[in-house]
Write a protein that binds this ligand. Structure first.
Ligand code: HEC
Length: 120
């Protein structure tokens, strides 16, 4: 009985501190984000247009992650991506990258590109 209430307390504390740490949605400087994206090497796995590639990393252009989730992936990657600690990439630089990725243009419809048009 005592043990289960301790577990509950630990769980409550964990959830409480996680929500207290939620970063506000930053405005971010997309132009600076573009520079940082190249400087810290995101492009090497995610591509210069954030398009991604099957063997290196998923598409990140127009990321649908909330900023919290985006930052969490940088600090504590889900799988094979190398971690970017705050000493290497500040929250503010991460926010600039986020702004850069969010404002990227959607790719054109393949059917609007003559070479890619499927012959019928
Ligand atoms: C060495 C290759 C590599 C580098 C460098 C890299 N990533 Fe990743 N990234 C990955 C891989 C692989 C994944 C898939 C999840 C995982 O392995 O953690 C990923 C996942 C992500 C995701 C989640 C995408 C999704 O839809 O699931 C985001 C966002 C992301 N990376 C952003 C960045 C940013 C921003 C940088 C630069 C600060 C960066 N990555 C640098 C390989 C890389």
């Amino acid at each position: 009985m005592k043990q289960s209430s301790l577990t509950l307390l630990a769980l409550t504390l964990t959830i409480g501190s996680a929500s207290a740490q939620q970063a506000p949605v930053p405005s971010g400087n997309a132009e600076h984000g573009k520079t940082i994206y190249r400087e810290v090497g995101c492009y090497q796995c995610h591509g210069l247009a954030g398009q991604g590639a099957p063997m290196t990393g998923p598409r990140v252009s127009r990321t649908e992650f909330a900023f919290d989730g985006f930052l969490n992936q940088l600090r504590h990657p889900a799988n094979q991506m190398p971690p970017y600690e705050a000493a290497v990439l500040s929250d503010s630089d991460a926010a600039d990258i986020y702004a850069y990725l969010r404002q990227m243009a959607a790719p054109p419809d393949p059917n609007s590109i003559p070479l890619l048009k499927i012959a019928r």
